[in-house]
Design a protein around this ligand. Structure first.
Ligand code: UT7
Length: 404
């Protein structure tokens, strides 16, 4: 899929949002039979974020989306289409993108979700590119947002240590300026269907007390098979996108891969014969945030000064399905534009309208709530305490006879 040179598409805005609550490997040691050493050496993850009870996939996506719109120098109503990649929507219907549309104050856009699991953002990016090339939209907001901690089995050490919550977004805009071609590659493996899945809640196994009792509403994964798929596919998908852009891998300045496992990322570097300095990694702080991982990593890479105008960037992701996708593009926006977005858009001023007559439930899984209720470390300042004899204890007052 190589866009015609006549209609150029530019990435004009980027933003991300990470909830403030941190779940460390030490916290997970209290929940399942695991260790910080095992998690760090097998995955590279040290901590991940957990959304608060009042937050949702839509609310996090709205904050990241508004930050991307701010970076692009646009108003929410300038956006023509909102595309949101997620595997953890607020509801089965409406789409989470529709909730985001209202929350950001957009009155004009069409809005829909893309279900391609961890590749959802890249698939959304490809869709947005096609909309702009076809003349159907001028500005498209593409969001990846996930609230995975509410879909994890906190008794399964093979999955619960991996995932975290967060959101990232970009704005793509039509441009009169010529841009070097974008290379896009999307794949879906025919035999990958049940490698990462959430068995119940859909039409095959509608929610029931039985499906809940069997824990079928939680994410399941064949870790080793998924690992093999990822290490086989990520480099070849990235390479195909690079080829479609008319480059070789030596031309690539920065790869922003799906942040699933540092060993998988190292395998991509090896497969592409690129040094790790040209690969962006932040999974130590966020874990795997599925469709949000690439746009969060991209926003952080740009804001940290890892990207300059003219750089050749590749995003690449893989996930349930099995899906994979990669985008190769030349960076054109001023990287400094995104640095004040976090201050300009505060999460407390962004609201998703709740349903009418809705008895809200506590959405935080009990095992997680228990661990997150840990007492905060007490940091007492003892510098002005002078050691002294303890004061004599006051004598107990004599017991008074009780009058009846
Ligand atoms: O977005 C896509 C999402 N999914 C992924 O990216 C997952 C890809 N897969 C992986 O990242 C890795 O396969 C895992 C990190 C999930 C597992 O690492 P691994 O090196 O493939 O471990 P393994 O599954 O081969 O298990 C090795 C051992 C097993 O014990 P035995 O059978 O050798 O005694 C596991 O039971 O490690 C055990 N194990 C753990 N031990 C401590 C599995 N999980 C844990 C754990 N803590 N959390």
């Amino acid at each position: 899929m190589t866009p015609p040179a006549s209609r150029s598409v530019r990435l004009t805005g980027w933003g991300r949002y990470a909830p403030s609550q941190v779940l460390t490997n030490a916290d997970l040691e209290r929940m399942v039979d695991t260790s910080d050493d095992w998690i760090v050496s097998r995955t590279g993850i040290r901590e991940r974020r957990v959304a608060a009870a009042h937050e949702s996939t839509a609310s996090m996506g709205a904050v990241a989306g508004l930050r991307a719109i701010h970076t692009a120098g646009l108003r929410p109503d300038d956006i023509d289409v909102i595309i949101l990649g997620t595997l953890t929507p607020d509801y089965w219907m409406p789409s989470t993108a529709a909730l985001v549309k209202e929350a950001i104050g957009n009155t004009r856009a069409s809005a829909f979700d893309v279900m391609a699991a961890c590749s959802g953002f890249v698939y959304g990016y490809a869709t947005a590119t096609a909309y702009i090339q076809a003349g159907l939209a001028k500005h498209v907001l593409v969001i990846g947002s996930e609230l995975l901690t509410r879909f994890l089995d906190f008794t399964d050490r093979g999955t619960c240590i991996l995932f975290g919550d967060g959101a990232g977004a970009v704005v793509l805009s039509a441009s009169e300026e010529p841009t070097s071609p974008v290379g896009i590659e999307l794949t879906t493996e025919p035999q990958g269907a049940y490698m990462i899945w959430l068995p119940a809640g859909g039409s095959v196994a509608p929610p029931s007390t039985e499906t809940i009792a069997k824990g079928q509403h939680k994410i399941r994964m064949e870790g080793r098979e998924t690992y093999r798929f990822a290490t086989r596919t990520l480099a070849s998908t990235a390479l195909a996108a690079v080829g479609k852009a008319g480059w070789t891998q030596d031309d690539v300045d920065l790869i922003v891969p799906h942040q699933a496992n540092v060993r998988i990322i190292e395998a991509v570097a090896k497969g592409l014969d690129l040094p790790m300095e040209r690969i962006y990694v932040n999974l130590d702080r966020y874990g795997n945030t599925s469709a949000a991982s690439v746009p969060i990593a991209l926003a952080e890479a740009v804001n940290e000064g890892r990207v300059k105008v003219g750089d050749r960037i590749v995003f690449v992701a893989f996930g349930a399905g099995f899906t994979s996708g990669a985008v190769a593009l030349e960076w054109t926006a001023d990287p400094a534009r995104g640095r004040d977005a976090d201050d300009a858009i505060r999460p407390e001023s962004v609201h998703v309208r709740p349903p009418v007559d809705w008895d809200s439930v506590d959405p935080i899984p009990a095992a997680l709530a228990e661990v997150l209720a840990r007492p905060l470390p007490v940091d007492l300042d003892l510098s002005d305490v002078v050691p002294d004899e303890p004061a004599p204890a006051q004598p107990e007052p004599a017991a008074q006879p009780v009058s009846r």
